[in-house]
Structures are given as structure tokens and as C-alpha cells.
Design a protein around this ligand. Structure first.
Ligand code: TGC
Length: 388
């Protein structure tokens, strides 16, 4: 198969520890069992499969990079490999793991009080509680500094007012991490979703991420006790610290989608005969496959480089932008090329490619658009910010 030939050509396993391979193999098995058999139908039906979330929790993937509090304390590369295997089947499910672990749980682990950590993290890791992360607002996601959601003090309480949009899992969540402006700058709050004034509306009409759910969140005079505040986060560096985790996972995840696209297109090209021979024997198809593979190998090695820096605790956050920008862009090109090789069949759901292309459109925009990551790298290179 193409998968075997890719493995022989690019011995990626040689770079991985036994523990990292074990996480990767487990994720591959869980994705094959709990996601792959249902994903085309669920994508069609816009069905979020709760049992799959439970299977991902059972496997220990939720918040797996967090140490203690019922979490596995796995390395960054191990977590990246899990993202890769999940997204090799569907980005919607990698996103669900990312919202729960990289965003909601990370916020609590990084900035929460001991009480918040001990009461919430073990139950979130076990999948008993679903979390979400509310940063983006309807008037634009690229500039969180312009957020209008406001938390005012009332005695020792806080009262939140505002709207968030594109919040993954919010309508299913038990607990929401909400970022709001205050008189002392941006602060984060842990909001039980049953609190009066907290409501959600599902965003319908999506042609991507159809097996996962995104919502608009309304916060109408949501009154919270003082203990709801995340004590360790002050200013935008709080939410950005969580976005770093999610962007990191994306750099790996999209290479999973890219790998699937090459495998599917390669196998099809070897089997498909036109003009009396397999199309894979034609130079134009081989050029496509070779270009796809070279980008995949480069992107995977880039993700590994960033992962090793993260494990060594020496990862500058703008380096994550290099991974998100390059790898999403490469995966989009690879998936489109796979669709081309599959010809007319490539637009059907006999193959996962159009679903992956649609998902990659969403992945390209969320967690920092191509434009934002370009300018983050530009700022790192010049010392000058060109956002405004
Ligand atoms: P800037 O002046 O650059 O920074 C403000 C403070 O934050 C610090 N900082 C970071 N800290 C950690 N990691 C990072 N990546 C950081 N970037 C900045 C910075 O050092 C500073 O700290 P301090 O202590 O000096 O105050 O802020 P800026 O407003 O100029 O930022 C510009 C820009 C474009 C880089 C930033 O706004 C940006 O990254 N924009 C893109 C935002 C984004 O990715 N939004 C998508 C979020 S996805 C989402 O909400 C939904 S999650 C998925 C789901 O729920 O399903």
C-alpha cells in the first residue's frame, strides 16, 4: 500500500521514543474503532457522538499533557502524535480533544486555584465534565484585545455581560472558561453553564466540522462568586497561553489529514487504469504524489522540531505560528491535490478527501488566521508589529 511505501521512504518512527509510539498506536486504534466507522454518516447527519467523547476520555487523551489531577502528564510530542492520528480520521474530533484539553483544561491547569484544579481537572480528564473556552466574539476573532464582554465587580461577586461566538462544545459543556475585560484588564472566569444568564445557540449551516459543534454564547448578567476568577491569568497573555497549546496541536493534526490524503490518492492511482495503464505510472501523477509527500515529510519534521522544543521548555510562542501557518497551508494543498488524483470520485463521500478539505478550511481560520500568523512571524523577524 501507499502507507507501507511512505513508511519505508520516511522512517519517522526512528525519531520517536517507545512511549511516544505507544501513545500514537493507541490513538490510531481508538480513531479506527470509535471514529472511522461512523464519521461519514455523522458528518452527513451533523451528529456529535457522545460515546466517542467517552472513548477519547477512556484512552486518556483529554488533557493528557497536564501533570497530576488525573491527567497523564505525557510529553508534547506524544500529544502531537495523538492529534495527528485523530485528525487523520477527522479534524472535528481532534478539535473536540483540543477544546477540552488544550483550551479549557489548560486554562484551569495554568491559571486556576488549587480548588479549581482539584474539583474540575480529574472529572474533565475522565470526560464526566465537558469544557469550553470562550474568547472569540461575534465582531471578529483576530483581535481579542477589542473584546467587549465585560465583568464588573459587585461586592465580592463578578457580573459578566457579553457574547462569544464560535465556541466549540459550548452547548454541551458543563463548565465554560470565559475571558472578559475588567477594570483591571482581561481576566478569565470558570463559569458553570447552568448559571442563570448563560445560554447558547448552535451555529447551523456549517459545511465543515459537521460532527462537532460550535455555538454562540450569551452572557446576560451572569453572576459569579469571587472563587470563579482564574487567579493566575492577568491580561491577554492568559488566553494566548492557551491558544499556544491549541495551535501546537493543530501543527501536528493537519499532518494527519495530509497523510490520509496521500495514502488514499496513492492507492487509488495505483489501482486506477486510464489509457491502458495505472495512472500512478504517469509522470504527471507521480509529480503530484512526490510534491504531496515532500510537503508532508517537511511538515511532520517541523511539527516534531516544535514538539521537541516544547518538551525542552524552550519553545518561543512565535515559532508555533511557523508550524500552524506552514502545516495548515501544506495540508490544504496536499488534500486538493489528492482530490484531483481521485477525479470525479474525489467529490463523493466514498473518499474522505472533500470532508478533509472542508475541515481544513475551518482549521485555516481558527486559532489564528493565515494572515495573523504571517504577521506574528513578521513581527518576530522585524521587531515591528504590522497588525493594525
Ligand atoms: P500583544 O501586544 O502581542 O500581546 C498582549 C500580551 O500577550 C502576550 N502574548 C502572548 N503570550 C503568550 N503566548 C502568545 N502567543 C502571546 N502573544 C502575545 C504579550 O507578550 C503581551 O503580554 P503582556 O504581559 O506584555 O501584556 O497583543 P496584540 O493584541 O497586539 O496581539 C496581536 C495578535 C494578532 C498576535 C493576537 O491578537 C492574535 O494572536 N490574534 C489571533 C487570535 C486568535 O488566534 N483567535 C482565535 C481564537 S480561537 C477561539 O476562540 C475558538 S477556540 C476553538 C473552539 O472553541 O472551538
Amino acid at each position: 500500500t501507499t502507507a507501507d511505501r511512505m513508511k519505508a521512504l520516511f522512517d519517522f518512527d526512528a525519531h520517536l521514543s517507545t512511549d511516544e509510539r505507544a501513545w500514537r498506536d493507541k490513538a490510531r486504534a481508538v480513531a479506527a474503532e470509535a471514529i472511522a466507522p461512523f464519521i461519514e454518516a455523522d458528518f452527513d447527519d451533523k451528529h456529535f457522538r457522545r460515546e466517542t467523547f467517552a472513548a477519547l476520555a477512556e484512552a486518556g487523551f483529554l488533557g493528557m499533557h497536564i501533570s497530576g489531577y488525573g491527567c497523564a502528564g505525557a510529553g508534547a510530542v506524544a500529544y502531537g502524535l495523538v492529534c495527528m492520528e485523530l485528525e487523520a480520521v477527522d479534524a472535528g474530533w481532534r478539535t473536540a480533544v483540543s477544546v477540552q484539553g488544550s483550551l479549557a483544561m489548560s486554562a484551569i491547569a495554568k491559571y486556576g486555584s488549587e480548588e479549581q484544579k482539584t474539583t474540575l481537572l480529574p472529572r474533565m480528564a475522565a470526560g464526566e465534565l465537558i469544557g469550553c473556552f470562550g474568547l472569540t466574539e461575534p465582531d471578529g476573532g483576530s483581535d481579542p484585545a477589542a473584546m467587549t464582554t465585560f465583568a464588573r465587580r459587585d461586592g465580592s461577586d463578578w457580573v459578566l455581560q457579553g457574547t462569544k461566538r464560535w465556541i466549540g462544545l459550548a452547548g454541551l459543556a458543563d463548565v465554560a472558561v470565559i475571558w472578559a475585560n475588567t477594570d483591571e484588564g482581561v481576566r478569565g472566569f470558570v463559569v458553570p453553564t447552568g448559571t442563570p444568564g448563560f445560554s447558547t445557540t448552535e451555529i447551523d449551516g456549517k459545511l465543515a466540522f459537521r460532527s462537532s459543534r460550535q455555538y454562540e454564547v450569551s452572557l446576560d448578567a451572569v453572576r459569579l462568586p469571587a472563587e470563579a476568577l482564574l487567579p493566575g491569568a492577568k491580561g491577554l497573555s492568559g488566553p494566548f497561553g492557551c491558544l499556544n497549546e491549541a495551535r501546537y496541536g493543530i501543527s501536528w493534526g493537519v499532518m494527519g489529514a495530509a497523510r490520509t490524503a496521500i495514502e488514499v490518492a496513492g492507492d487509488y492511482a495505483v489501482a486506477r487504469e486510464v489509457f491502458g495503464a495505472p495512472i500512478a505510472s504517469r509522470q504527471l501523477i507521480q509529480k503530484r504524489l512526490a510534491d504531496m509527500f515532500v510537503e508532508y515529510e517537511k511538515g511532520t519534521l517541523l511539527a516534531l522540531h516544535i514538539g521537541r522544543l516544547k518538551d525542552a521548555k524552550s519553545l518561543p510562542y512565535d515559532q508555533i505560528s511557523v508550524g500552524k501557518l506552514n502545516n495548515v497551508r501544506s495540508a490544504q494543498v496536499i488534500a486538493a491535490s489528492a482530490r484531483n488524483i481521485l477525479g470525479g470520485e474525489g467529490i463523493t463521500d466514498r473518499f474522505p478527501i472533500m470532508r478533509m478539505m472542508a475541515n481544513l478550511e475551518a482549521v485555516s481560520t481558527y486559532e489564528g488566521t493565515e494572515e495573523m500568523h504571517t504577521l506574528i512571524i513578521g513581527r518576530a523577524l522585524t521587531g515591528l508589529a504590522a497588525f493594525a
